[in-house]
Design a protein around this ligand. Sequence first.
Ligand SMILES: NC(=O)C1=CN([C@@H]2O[C@H](COP(=O)(O)OP(=O)(O)OC[C@H]3O[C@@H](n4cnc5c(N)ncnc54)[C@H](O)[C@@H]3O)[C@@H](O)[C@H]2O)C=CC1
Ligand SMILES: O=C(CO)COP(=O)(O)O
Length: 313
Amino acid sequence: MSIAVIGAGAFGTALAVSLAANGPVTLWGRDAARIRNNPRLPGVTLPPQVTPTTDLAQAARAETLVLALPAQVLGGFLAENAALLDGKALVSAAKGIDLTTLTGPSQLIARACPAATAAVLTGPSFAADIARGLPTALTLACTDPERGEALQHCLSTPVLRLYLSSDVTGAELGGALKNVIAIAAGAAIGSGQGDSARAAIITRGFAEMTRLATDLGAEAQTLTGLSGLGDLTLTCTSDQSRNYRFGHSRGAREDFDRSTTVEGAATAQAVGAIAEKRGIDMPIVQAVAALVSTQVSVEKLMDQLLNRPLRKE
Ligand SMILES: NC(=O)C1=CN([C@@H]2O[C@H](COP(=O)(O)OP(=O)(O)OC[C@H]3O[C@@H](n4cnc5c(N)ncnc54)[C@H](O)[C@@H]3O)[C@@H](O)[C@H]2O)C=CC1
Ligand SMILES: O=C(CO)COP(=O)(O)O
């Protein structure tokens, strides 16, 4: 199966470098100079098996396209390039919910490219770790069992181990929601609330993730896997996470580079809107939505969370 990675940011570049262990890979990006020398992934050079290109038609000749674009640009990109992409196997690596349509990557693919096979690649994985060839386990979710298995095999490498799931909704919601909770965890640590408060945010955040995902048709078990609890743990506890660092900067009242991709910010607002519509209690997500869209302080939001009525676990 020929492979192209679409999007030459940190994650797309890391995936292309890793997948080169299996054979040739095309890496598409908008800027030729930045594809070869990605400022978001310093020190990483493309192996000869990776062919960089700015020609989307050339990249789209591959049978399998891994879409490594930010969640908020994915819908527009798919709509604009549907003629080239429809009918392919489209594997989204984006972790977010689209703020315009309030849907995840698989629905964006289905809407723009109805003849495509949609799959989701998600789970605990920092681009820098993957690019360095460190061992990583991910979830590959696809509703079609045969195509899912074929993708699992073609996208696994000796150090990148993919576990197959048919629960696309659960897998993509786990990846999207953990970013929101990571912002909350970072904010708690940045504002000096301590490690115990972070553990409470991770645990109660996981309860919120499961509540929403199961309401939307996901299996609860998926949330306990790599794409849910696995990625939540990684992202809430590592300085490598941009979502965590963004939350930390808000808590510590420090500056943050606004050009950084922080998927949890828009996703908090999207999920807040979904939760409100469906009457689902998601106080941590709503607090993060307020944090990213207003000037409210982390301390005030913490007070609001702590002053909620006591309840059963
Ligand atoms: N960096 C990481 O460690 C991981 C990232 N991801 C996910 O991968 C997705 C991409 O993230 P990163 O690569 O890290 O972000 P990034 O900020 O490093 O790169 C984003 C890339 O998208 C391109 N881009 C932006 N708008 C575009 C458009 N309209 N058309 C075409 N290209 C466009 C940019 O030029 C850039 O190359 C996100 O959803 C993220 O959550 C998933 C796992 C790990
Ligand atoms: O998704 C990731 C790790 O699994 C990367 O997290 P950040 O986007 O917060 O850096």
